[in-house]
Design a protein around this ligand. Structure first.
Ligand SMILES: Cc1cc2nc3c(=O)[nH]c(=O)nc-3n(C[C@H](O)[C@H](O)[C@H](O)COP(=O)(O)O)c2cc1C
Length: 199
């Protein structure tokens, strides 16, 4: 499928068919796609937790507001976390990045208040959400990005140490009757000439 077709066909899945499971090979491909996500100075201030265990999904579903059934009936919930412990992050970049990148961080980001540094981390993590949604679209896997979750409770359930949950994405296969699929609920977007300009 071409990328544009994948973008036309993908949608936020509201009802999953719990009997349909994602091939483990495809789960591995999604994990690797996330690992390859780009980030500013290659900072990679993230962790991706794949939850397919039904008991843990049940626990997450109870702290997922309107998303309860998407969490229980999808195949897997991918939890996107950012580094919350700055010393952990500084050790990571020292170990993983060339000195020039570490110098950039030390000069431009380290002097800022913690919330500004973590807000910069958040932007990097959100890029990887886009990567996962796009990868799913191309692979014909249905997905639901979910900000409607309780991040602090997610942290407790998945045992996030040094990291903070930001957002989650449920993945699986739609119920054939899902009211939100494009054939039943056509895509709604602002006109191209209002959001894109060429100068
Ligand atoms: C970061 C983010 C968070 C979202 N959170 C939720 C959510 O908690 N529950 C939900 O059903 N949809 C959620 N959505 C889906 C959006 O409402 C949806 O992407 C938008 O209406 C466009 O529709 P489409 O994805 O079907 O093309 C979220 C989307 C994004 C990108």
């Amino acid at each position: 499928m071409s990328f544009i077709n994948a973008m036309q066909e993908r949608y936020t899945t509201k009802v999953y068919d719990e009997t349909k499971k994602i091939d483990p090979k495809h789960i591995e491909e999604l994990k690797e796609s996330l690992r390859l996500s780009p980030s500013s100075i290659n900072s990679q201030p993230w962790k991706f937790t794949f939850v397919s265990d039904q008991d843990i999904k049940e626990k997450l579903s109870k702290v997922s507001w309107i998303n309860t059934e998407k969490v229980t009936k999808s195949d897997t919930v991918v939890v996107f976390s950012r580094v919350d412990d700055l010393s952990l992050f500084e050790e990571q970049i020292k170990r993983e990045l060339p000195q020039g990148m570490v110098d950039y961080y030390n000069e431009n980001l380290k002097p800022l208040p913690k919330e500004q540094i973590t807000s910069w981390f958040d932007k990097q993590v959100y890029l990887s959400v886009g990567v996962l949604l796009s990868a799913c679209a191309v692979m014909g896997i249905d997905a639901t990005p979910m900000e409607g979750i309780e991040p602090a409770n997610y942290d407790k359930i998945i045992g996030n140490d040094g990291y903070a949950t930001l957002v989650a994405v449920a993945i699986g296969y739609r119920d054939e009757e899902d009211f939100n699929q494009p054939s039943k609920n056509p895509k709604s977007r602002i006109a191209l000439d209002k959001v894109v300009e060429t100068i």
